[in-house]
Design a protein around this ligand. Structure first.
Ligand SMILES: Nc1ncnc2c1ncn2[C@@H]1O[C@H](COP(=O)(O)OP(=O)(O)OP(=O)(O)O)[C@@H](O)[C@H]1O
Ligand SMILES: [Mg+2]
Length: 377
């Protein structure tokens, strides 16, 4: 399945933008502030009805306008589907396929999965463990849809157990209900941990391979560090043992909500000691490892949306990245004007100014150049 057409009717600074990505690799090039990230966000929005930049979809509504809307045409298996996502201040969010409202769980069967890189996502490598847990859980959901609910189930039980612990600590409740919650916590926690363990197992070798290939040099590894025991019985027993401690703290101090996924280079945490470029390669390798795991499981290649991916990478590593992207699947990446993109014929290059219209071109004092219709070369 590929995205054949994107119509960003109104998304942030984009109005009436029509973009037809290549089935392989398209690079969107333009100066700062021209709307490259907005276009990548629009594609994601049209396919998923969400944004990878904000949890408030109303941010996508162009300033002074009433709604945001993007349509994305997906081609595959001889059938085209048109997805349409909109966000409106007065009418809320709408997500349709071929004109009929559709839920996420259904939509994902008819569209490519989407993998996103954005500079904000580096927080995933650099930041605290919570981001890595969330990311791993989303991979679990993509790889094993039947496990998609594990994270939210555990989160709900954790919140309820925490509330009960807090009430017991302040003598507003007694501990008689605790056994039920401990048992549910242990069951949901063990399920969550086993999903994460399976995910890291599926990713470990592939991460090393992708990282080597992208030029992240040195011995490396990815490992799952559980924040508690991982079987139901052990978790339940552990909760009993730690009850006094939890009551003193007023919350659950032990469980998979303390899990860590560790990325290591040369025996040290990439998070703490990696350079900017190394962290970027580590994250890209993770995304490629996920893609490889999905492909090996017989799934279609996800659409890769890589925003501002080239900066901080040297020429050699940019070349490696492009080779990998040309190796299969559909990708759309953005690059700032003047950023060097490896010279490869197969790359489709699109100048954002050719998409957003000639007026801005003149405002920027740029030479409109030839063939400003499609902008593809
Ligand atoms: N809701 C919105 N309505 C209108 N314009 C918006 C909205 N949100 C952001 N913008 C504008 O969009 C422009 C930024 O676009 P975008 O982030 O896509 O640029 P870019 O081409 O990715 O730039 P860079 O190379 O710096 O990453 C800014 O001028 C910003 O003010
Ligand atoms: Mg940008």
């Amino acid at each position: 399945m590929i995205v054949s057409r994107v119509e960003a009717d109104q998304v942030r600074s984009l109005a009436g933008v029509i973009f037809e990505p290549d089935p392989g690799l398209t690079v969107i090039i333009g100066p700062n502030g021209a709307g490259k990230t907005n276009l990548v966000e629009a594609i994601y929005f049209g396919l998923t009805s969400r944004s990878f930049r904000t949890s408030d979809r109303r941010d996508l509504i162009p300033f002074g306008s009433a709604f945001a809307r993007c349509r994305v045409t997906v081609q595959g298996g001889g059938v085209d589907h048109v997805f349409m996502a909109s966000a409106s201040r007065s009418e809320g969010n709408r997500f349709t396929m071929d004109g009929a409202r559709i839920e996420q769980a259904e939509a994902v069967l008819h569209r490519p999965k989407v993998t996103v890189f954005s500079p904000d996502r580096l927080e995933l490598v650099k930041g605290p463990p919570a981001g890595r847990r969330a990311h791993l859980d989303s991979f679990v959901a993509a790889r094993w849809p039947s496990r998609a609910g594990l994270r939210s189930t555990f989160g709900r039980i954790l919140a309820q157990r925490n509330a009960l612990i807090a009430r017991i600590s302040s003598a507003e409740a007694n501990s008689s209900q605790l056994a039920t919650w401990n048992s549910q916590f242990a069951e949901a926690g063990a399920n969550l941990a086993s999903g994460r363990e399976a995910a890291v197992e599926a990713l470990a070798e592939r991460w090393v391979e992708a990282a080597d290939d992208l030029g992240l040099e040195g011995p490396k590894g990815i490992s799952y560090r559980p924040g508690s025991a991982t079987t139901k019985e052990e978790i339940e027993a552990g909760l009993e043992e730690r009850l006094e401690h939890d009551l003193r703290l007023g919350r659950s101090s032990w469980g998979p909500h303390h899990d860590e996924v560790r990325l290591e280079l040369d025996g040290r945490q990439l998070r703490r000691f990696g350079s900017q470029g190394q962290q970027r390669l580590g994250l890209l390798a993770l995304l490629f490892a996920e893609r490889a795991a999905l492909l090996d499981a017989g799934e279609a290649a996800p659409l890769m949306l890589l925003d501002d991916v080239m900066s901080e990478l040297d020429a050699h590593r940019r070349g490696r990245l492009v080779e990998r992207l040309l190796g299969g699947g559909q990708s759309v990446i953005t690059a700032a004007e003047g950023e060097l993109i490896p010279e490869r014929q197969e790359i489709s290059r699109v100048a954002i100014r050719d998409l957003v219209g000639a007026d801005e071109e003149r405002d920027n004092g740029e030479d409109p150049g030839a063939g400003s219709g499609g902008g593809t070369s």
